[in-house]
Design a protein around this ligand. Sequence first.
Ligand code: ADP
Ligand code: MG
Length: 226
Amino acid sequence: IQSDIARLDRFNLIGQMAAGIGHEIRNPLTVVKGYLQLMGSKPELEPHFSKIETMISEIDRANSIITEFLSLAKHKSSELQNQNINSILLNLYPLLQADTFTQNKQIVLATQPTPYILLDYKETSQLILNLFRNGLEAMHENGTLTIRTYVEDVHVVLAIQDEGPGIPLEYIDKLGTPFFTTKDTGTGLGLATCYSIAERHQAKIRVESSPCGTNFMVYFPIPQTK
Ligand code: ADP
Ligand code: MG
């Protein structure tokens, strides 16, 4: 028990330090961004506009790394409650739909009735959003993203399938490694967050990928009555 408490304290300490550092870095970044935006509105600085734009977007990137890192480092214990994944999906759906339509892409929701499982509402929403965003980002216009839920043996499966170019074999092993990204403006923290959320739900993530698309499947255990 003693070592458990020590562990907990350490996690709290790391979480608090991360939050503190995040805050301390974000404030100066906000100031710098503000001045850059001001400079970007001065006609006499026109020759430097593209550099200023690059600096602003790099600051935005640093900010999103901090945001995602904080949600990863917080390490609060999950609040697992008996819930239905389909109702979480339905609540998120308007948001997902809006994102897909503004990018001229399609979304299909294909849910099957599933039993209640132990889920943390916020974390599960975050997991869905991160996989959804990756799928969307991987696709050209008119691509279709399909979200499925179904039961397989003793698991409820959430599957998010895109029609993107797929993930090269040499990258598959790197998925979920913090900061691994192939995108110019990526943070490489989306999947790391997904894997850590899945772990807290005792869920497993599987990936199937081909040049026609990628399917991320999350296997949530169905609580077994003894
Ligand atoms: P980010 O999206 O910020 O790059 P992620 O952790 O979400 O970070 O994803 C890491 C990398 O995994 C991406 O940069 C991309 O190369 C690859 N990836 C993830 N999902 C997909 C997908 N659906 N299709 C193709 N590549 C993907
Ligand atoms: Mg991502």
